[in-house]
Design a protein around this ligand. Structure first.
Ligand code: MN
Ligand code: MN
Length: 317
């Protein structure tokens, strides 16, 4: 068995020790062991793109703590991902909370190093603007497909009289910059009151498939995920999972909740339904600890990260 095994709760109780993601070894980018890592769990503690209620800058630390509850074996499939693929906690991207553009540049540089090392990044946000600099590093040489779970399209042009970089605009920028192939993008769970239809009109104009919540509930997870995998196709695909996809009854700890969403069970099923996709990176964003006093949102977030990790590993073996 590899050196990249999580600490077992049989050996050290899960409340003890320094809480890395899923109790994996901490391998910073300058550690020579990075060459052996295949999937890297990364914290992006930054919420400088937040337009309303802040807090996701505290997400990675709480997700690491909650992820000590994750055991080594999947409860349904029996997969033991850490025995198949070398996984490690690569630490946090250091943001500049006083400078949005500098933070974007720092994040892209960090993920460029991760990519150069051949590591698939699984990121804990941070707000949804964090996905843009990740895509700038991962899609530098060709556009990616994307499966995106969210209440919101995050496709708006700008906020506040021309601010182009917020957590409501990352995928508009990503399409404009050629980081995403819009015909290979599927957005699932979109709902709630709207400012207007500008984002949906843009999606339609470039060929992004939006599956709104009423269609999701009518069709069910299996059917929707079959379509999502077909849209992403066989090419390189990114997965972006906004925790506000889940109904706030199950995930209240987020800045922009929308009612009428999936249960925690459906949320996990969706992530499991990613298996078969060629995933080159994934994230779980918008967990906001100040709005999560029970810690339940973070625990669901950590559980979704484990499901996505299992989907990544399944695609690699
Ligand atoms: Mn979002
Ligand atoms: Mn959202």
């Amino acid at each position: 068995m590899s050196d990249f095994q999580p600490v077992s709760g049989f050996d050290l109780p899960r409340f003890a020790g320094i809480p890395t993601f899923m109790r994996l070894p901490h391998v910073p980018l300058d550690d020579p062991r990075l060459a052996q890592v295949q999937v890297g769990l990364i914290g992006a503690p930054w919420d400088g793109g937040t337009t309303n209620r802040p807090g996701p800058r505290h997400g990675p630390r709480q997700l690491r703590d909650a992820s000590t509850m994750i055991r080594a074996q999947h409860g349904i499939t029996g997969l033991r991902p850490f025995e198949t693929v070398n996984c490690a906690d690569l630490g946090d991207v250091g943001p500049n909370p006083a400078d949005l553009q500098d933070t974007l540049a720092r994040m892209t540089a960090f993920y460029a190093r991760v990519r150069q090392a051949g590591v698939i990044p699984l990121t804990a946000g941070g707000d949804h603007l964090c996905t843009l600099p990740i895509l700038r590093a991962l899609a530098r040489d060709r556009p990616l497909g994307m499966i995106h779970f969210d209440s919101h399209t995050d496709l708006f042009h700008s906020y506040f009289n021309g601010q182009m970089y917020t957590h409501g605009t990352p995928f508009r920028r990503a399409v404009e910059e050629g980081l995403l192939d819009p015909r290979r993008v599927c957005m699932i769970g979109i709902r709630g009151t709207a400012y207007d239809s500008e984002d949906r009109d843009f999606a339609r104009s470039v060929g992004i498939r939006v599956i709104p919540i009423e269609e999701f509930h009518a069709r069910g997870v299996t059917d929707v995920m079959t379509e999502a995998r077909a849209i992403a196709g066989t090419g390189d695909t990114y997965v972006s999972y906004d925790i506000d996809f889940v109904d706030p009854a199950f995930a209240p700890g987020t800045g922009t909740p929308e009612v009428g969403g999936p249960t925690s069970w459906q949320a996990l099923e969706c992530a499991r339904g990613l298996s078969g996709t060629r995933i080159v990176g994934a994230d779980l964003v918008e967990v906001s600890p100040p709005f999560d006093p029970s810690g339940g949102t973070a625990f669901l977030g950590a559980s979704l990260m484990f499901e996505m990790l299992c989907a990544i590993v399944t695609g690699m073996s």
